[in-house]
Design a protein around this ligand. Structure first.
Ligand SMILES: CC(=O)N[C@H]1[C@@H](OP(=O)(O)OP(=O)(O)OC[C@H]2O[C@@H](n3ccc(=O)[nH]c3=O)[C@H](O)[C@@H]2O)O[C@H](CO)[C@@H](O)[C@@H]1O
Length: 370
């Protein structure tokens, strides 16, 4: 919790001159980079708000949410995993999570909730609305998730990351804001990797967790790309037992890389999953991409995301089940040999970027939660 001094620092003067307590905002964002980074980008635009975080224990929020935003956790993971244990138990668990959120909102005197969706959004939205507090939901995916589709009519406003998402949310008040990226993406970043200036750079990344299937394919293809003069930076995640098996002077492997902004700004081509966060960053950095949607993503939503990129001419989509190493090798080689085509794709990617997305969302928060 904040000290009295911090609370005082966060007070702003009202127009009449008397100090007015700054609004208190609960941000419910949990689990993956795709949910956490956009929420953090919005929080950064609200320095005059008193922000606390709502997450679940032992997920990425523990590492990513800075200590300036006190982290409250509720045990929703068990709720998701024990879905087969009987409806009564599930309902009881869920009802309890709503009660815990209501208590938190009341005791913390919060003025409203901002959430980026997923399971954590459900108790947060229901609790806020049952207390008459505003709830803003940001949905990053082209095909909104189940929680979003079900609870969006309850929300004060639903902000969508892709315009197409609004058509699935007809009963909600929607607004297009695109998806915020971390502030580093909005200015040129230095890349601290020993990569020569004029070589083509391929960046491979599999969302915030890495993608083992994609890693295997890339390792099979890489020598052909090295022979063509390309360098490869490969984000493998930390669950691939073979991550360290490829060694080559033109190859850099990392489990997780913090400076994705610098990396994508330098990349000539990305080979990537199609999480909403990754696609938004590829657009902001104007990076053409070969997209291989995660085949087990809920309701195949990554394919819907990738289709927006493909329809704009910014990328190619391959289904993992149909993609062989031979095809991937060839596609990458032919793109590297066609700089004009790569440039057109880069321009198309850049045309999808909305650089002030975090501002747009922060303004929405200021209008509705104050
Ligand atoms: C498997 C799955 O269902 N993933 C979902 C998850 O996102 P998930 O986190 O898997 O993927 P996203 O592409 O949305 O985001 C990944 C984020 O991690 C960052 N990153 C990644 C690797 C790295 O080394 N360093 C780094 O910083 C990327 O720059 C990006 O900001 O939520 C997204 C938003 O609802 C969905 O669109 C994704 O489909």
């Amino acid at each position: 919790m904040l000290t009295d001094k911090q609370n005082l620092d966060r007070q702003v003067a009202s127009p009449e001159g008397s100090p007015k307590a700054s609004p208190r905002l609960l941000i419910a964002a949990s689990g993956t980079g795709g949910h956490l980074f956009p929420a953090l980008a919005v929080a950064e635009q609200l320095p005059d708000y008193q922000i606390e975080w709502l997450g679940v224990p032992n997920r990425l929020e523990k590492q990513l949410v800075p200590s300036q935003y006190p982290l409250n956790t509720i045990a929703l993971e068990g709720f998701q995993q024990r879905f087969g244990l009987g409806t009564l138990r599930i309902v009881a668990r869920f009802a309890n999570s709503i009660l815990v959120c209501r208590k938190l909102l009341k005791q913390g005197n919060f003025n409203g909730v901002f959430t980026t969706g997923g399971y954590i959004a459900a108790p947060a939205i229901i609790a806020a609305r049952s207390l008459g507090l505003p709830a803003i939901l940001h949905e990053a995916n082209a095909l909104p998730g189940k929680v979003t589709r079900f609870l969006s009519p309850l929300c004060s406003t639903v902000a969508v990351g892709f315009e197409v998402a609004a058509k699935y949310l007809k009963r909600a008040k929607t607004i297009y804001t695109n998806t915020p990226v971390r502030s580093q993406f909005l200015s040129p970043q230095k890349l601290d990797l020993p990569i020569p200036e004029n070589v083509p750079l391929i960046v491979v990344f599999g969302g915030s967790q890495g993608a083992v299937a994609l890693n295997q394919l890339v390792r099979e293809c890489a020598s052909t790309w090295f022979d063509a003069g390309a360098w490869v930076v490969h984000q493998t995640g930390d669950k691939d037992p073979d991550a360290a098996t490829l060694e080559h002077p033109q190859y850099i492997q990392v489990p997780f890389y913090d400076n994705m902004a610098g990396l994508l700004q330098r990349a000539n081509l990305a080979i990537s999953r199609a999480g909403a966060g990754s696609l938004t960053e590829l657009a902001v950095t104007g990076t053409p991409a070969i997209l291989i949607p995660y085949p087990f993503a809920a309701e195949d939503h990554q394919f819907f995301n990738a289709s927006v990129f493909k329809d704009a001419g910014a990328g190619l989509i391959f289904r993992q089940s149909e993609l062989t190493a031979e095809v991937l090798k060839g596609e990458v080689l032919s793109l590297l040999q066609a700089p004009d085509k790569l440039q057109k794709m880069a321009d198309a990617a850049a045309s999808l970027a909305v650089k002030d997305s975090a501002d747009r969302l922060a303004n929405l928060v200021r209008q509705l939660i104050n």
